[in-house]
Design a protein. Sequence first.
Length: 134
Amino acid sequence: ITYRAVPDDRDVRVETGGLALGLTASSAEAVASRDAVIFGEAQSTVIALRQQDAVNAWRDGRVAEARGMAQQNLLQLRAIQAAAPMPTRAAQIAQFERDENAISNVSAASESGRAYGLNANAMHRRATRSATAY
């Protein structure tokens, strides 16, 4: 699946293997027919992009905004993990918790903050390409 992330004006590609497609009569039927694992992987990829945005906001000095984004991302990931547990997602959650800790407790302008931000965003970029990046 390839789509364009409008806010960032970038292409996103999710590769999950073969997918069966079908028609449904309602959005409720569509939601009920989702494969929880595939949907979870797709959502995890989208949330990795949003976490990258949170780290960028922190690096730009928008700490309160970054903290709110990171907390929302964690809530969503935990909900997905509860619906379709995956070891790779547990690792992603652990990374997001480290991000939230850094956002709350480290100055992005400090040497350690700059290093953390660069490393975290490199990891989040890899995660949009591979489910095992974390």
